[in-house]
Design a protein around this ligand. Structure first.
Ligand code: GLN
Ligand code: ZN
Length: 764
């Protein structure tokens, strides 16, 4: 029985790669130094996996920025706008071009925008989207995967190169020319792809892992047909290479027959997300195929339940015999932090909770342990059973009162007192806002001083009282400034928040944090998600003191600012011992308590941000409705505890709203603010088509860039908005929070925005 790891984290156990890349970009270290760091990291990973006893050790899972970007470079998929840069470079496949594609390039008289980035399936990892344009010519430009295979070989380690599959590469890309389609592109791509495989074969590779995660999604018929063609040609061209076709993040479902027909030597399936697929696959698996069982969760930080895994494995062994089975993690371990052993501070992560957890390194050990248990070594099984049992019953996790409260949620708890038209009248009477009211999304620039304040508090170099006083000073200044420029609805600025999820997680029961639990989000950006381990409740108010202080400084309405339940869930590691919906409702009740307390403290407008609602959509359309149902319910439970006069806002960042507009309307927020400026209000069309009934603030300026928009530009956007939706319902605000901006540009842009709103009022 083989053991197989589909991929390992690459940022380094102390984020060495992040630090090296960033130092290289700012010119602090040389290219040689960067490459040396990368080589050492690869070596560490390989040696670790070899010593652990893994048979199929991945290579080419390393990346300086992103594995899809690597593939673009390998296949010569360079967007046309980068050609002027490429022509200047001695090596057309060098890192300078690579980083330029990932990050954009503004140097030497060139100004080239980066490639688009988007979420990798339903993870919080982002990949760079391949762009296929008219003159798309595929060429074998980078042999990174061959070089890395050889690099490992020189260390005496025989690896399994990992490549994104030709179809997933195309399907996940963006076609810029309507005359092209995946079929046409595939015919051009395949010869180059095969050339790369042939080089791997020549270099001595035996197994190659080809990832086709798109096989767990709803494929269009035209794409389905391409799979057989592609893999038949691959098999014919490199018959001696063993292909391990790898799927993850879901079940094959209607694509099962398709996958099993392909001439490959092994298939990897995700049995964490879709354990039920084992039963349908086992009887159909062709006799030449091995099966890699992804039983250890690559998307989470919990210990594996060995008994559950063993029952799946044993079933497979009975059907196929041990020789045809590989044991594996569900997907690449890229999505988990490196090493639980680095969590040494018991104040941060208590041993009582840590005992239930496993990071990448521990998950590798679990794969090996499962193999050993199957071989008769039961010593590890008892300890695992104990941890599982202990987690099932631990009073740290299970709080009866919270479970009861969730069970007792009624339909009325998720319903405002009266429908929107009535609320709107009441709110208009109370708030007395002008037409086109102006506001911002919540955060103001997080200056170096503000960051230092939080760091100092953490270190203990300032007292909590000092900290409070200084945050209050920042709020005071922000409020005064907003009054000066005559914004209508003010915010306190979120200066006390490190991050919109972490801030709440730190104050809620049921969350823990790590010292070093970093995972890659994109490029050199890493995040340290909070961990939801237990039943969630709010022991004390979380934001009331700041919001009421801010309100005390002004007669204008001060907007309270909270993060919504779905977003808190989406951006955390979640428990796997209860449905996500239940966890979300627990968070919703905690937020509800805060919303009610804000109202009691005299806050008349409360915003509950839900930027992650859209990204939480399941991969398969058939699962959407159920998800949207509980996601919307959770939002409504969070906000519906208030009187009609209290105005509830929500905010969502850039997203494809067409698919989910019914659910957004069902959330019934009095006001929604959305990101629209970069698309020139196009996104608003989904709302217009639907005759969206509630109030809406389509962002009138892009906050991702330091550029200051003119009042005229914003007036033009408002004019468009008025053509699409009733003027009475329209708010004026930027696209998103301003925390990443500087005060200089923010001040100018917001002044122009207020001018735009005032001018538009006069015209109407
Ligand atoms: N209120 C948050 C802010 O202004 C919203 C951020 C977001 O949408 N991601 O920063
Ligand atoms: Zn946003």
């Amino acid at each position: 029985m083989f053991t197989n790891i589909p991929g390992y984290p690459r940022i380094g156990s102390n984020r060495e790669l992040k630090k090296a890349c960033e130092s290289y970009w700012t010119g602090k270290i040389s290219l040689e130094k960067l490459e040396l760091t990368a080589r050492l990291l690869r070596q560490q990973n390989w040696e670790h996996l070899q010593q652990a006893g893994i048979d199929l050790i991945p290579s080419n899972d390393f990346s300086f920025y992103d594995q899809m970007l690597d593939m673009c470079l390998a296949m010569g998929v360079i967007p046309a706008r980068f050609r002027p840069l490429q022509q200047k470079l001695a090596d057309p496949a060098c890192l300078e071009l690579y980083f330029a594609m990932g990050r954009g390039y503004q140097k030497n008289g060139l100004d080239i925008t980066a490639m688009e980035m988007t979420k990798w399936f339903d993870t919080n990892y982002h990949y760079l989207v391949p762009e296929f344009d008219t003159q798309q010519q595929f060429t074998l430009l980078s042999k990174k995967c061959v070089l890395e295979f050889e690099e490992a070989k020189r260390l005496g380690i025989h690896t399994k190169p990992v490549l994104i599959g030709p179809l997933s590469f195309l399907i996940l890309g963006k076609i810029k020319d309507p005359a092209l389609n995946n079929g046409i592109l595939l015919q051009q791509l395949l010869p180059v792809y095969i050339q790369l495989l042939a080089e791997l074969q020549r270099a001595g590779a035996t197994w190659v892992q080809i990832d086709e995660p798109c096989l767990v999604t709803d494929l269009v018929a035209a794409d389905k047909e391409l799979y057989a063609d592609a893999y038949t040609k691959i098999n014919a061209a490199v018959p001696d290479l063993k292909i391990l076709l790898t799927t993850y993040f879901g079940g094959l479902q209607d694509n099962t027959g398709l996958a099993l027909q392909l001439p490959v030597q092994a298939l990897h399936i995700d049995l964490v997300r879709a354990p039920e697929q084992l039963d349908s696959i086992l009887p159909q698996l062709p006799s030449h195929m091995q099966l890699s069982l992804g039983v250890v969760d690559g998307r989470n930080i919990w210990k594996n339940n060995y008994d559950d895994s063993l029952s799946l494995i044993q079933k497979a062994v009975q059907a196929l015999g041990a020789a045809r089975i590989m044991l594996s993690t569900s997907c690449s371990l890229l999505h988990t932090p490196y090493d639980l052993d680095l969590e040494t501070d018991e104040q941060v992560l208590s041993p009582a909770i840590k005992q239930w957890m496993a990071f990448a390194k521990q998950k590798v050990a679990e794969v090996i342990a499962l193999k050993n248990i199957l071989a008769g070594d039961n010593s590890l099984l008892d300890a695992n059973r104990q941890a599982m049992q202990n987690r099932k019953t631990s009073p740290l996790i299970h709080k009866q009162a919270i479970k009861e409260r969730v069970k007792n949620i009624t339909a009325a708890d998720a319903q405002r007192l009266h429908p929107f038209p009535i609320r709107q009248q009441i709110q208009e009477a109370v708030l007395q806002l002008p037409l086109f009211p102006t506001t911002t999304i919540g955060s103001f620039p997080q200056t170096a001083e503000i960051r230092k304040l939080r760091a100092d508090l953490k270190k203990g170099s300032i007292t909590p009282a000092d900290y409070d006083a200084q945050i209050k000073a920042a709020i005071r200044e922000a409020v005064q400034w907003q009054e000066d420029i005559r914004l209508d609805v003010l915010v306190h600025g979120e200066f006390e928040r490190n991050d919109m999820v972490e801030y709440f997680g730190e104050q809620l029961d049921g969350f823990v944090f790590t010292q070093n639990g970093w995972v890659q989000s994109y490029g050199s950006r890493c995040v340290k998600p909070p961990i939801i381990f237990g039943d969630i409740q709010r022991p004390a108010p979380m934001t009331v003191q700041w919001s009421s202080y801010a309100q005390s400084l002004t007669n204008k309405p001060m907007k309270g600012m909270l993060t919504g339940p779905v977003t808190i869930l989406q951006w955390s590691f979640v428990r796997n011992d209860q449905p996500r919906a239940t966890t979300t409702l627990q968070i919703a009740l905690a937020i509800r308590d805060e919303v009610v307390d804000l109202e009691k403290a005299g806050i008349q407008i409360i915003q509950v941000d839900e930027p992650a609602i859209r990204e939480g959509l399941p991969l398969r359309k058939a699962d959407w409705e159920q998800y949207l149902q509980w996601a919307v319910q959770a939002f409504k439970v969070a906000v519906a505890g208030v009187q009609d006069a209290t105005q509830i806002h929500t905010h969502m960042c850039y997203a494809e709203f067409n698919d989910i507009i019914t659910s957004i309307a069902a959330m019934d927020a009095d006001v929604i603010t959305i990101e629209t400026s970069r698309s020139q209000m196009e996104l608003l069309e989904a709302f217009a088509k639907f005759s969206y009934p509630n109030e809406i603030g389509p962002g009138v300026y892009d906050i991702h860039s330091p550029r200051v928009p003119t009042a005229a530009e914003m007036e033009a956007l408002l004019e468009k908005a008025v053509q699409l939706l009733p003027a009475r319902n329209i708010w004026v605000n930027p696209d998103c929070g301003l925390k990443t901006r500087k005060w200089e540009e923010t001040a100018l842009a917001l002044r122009n925005m207020v001018t735009a709103a005032r001018n538009s009022r006069e015209i109407l």
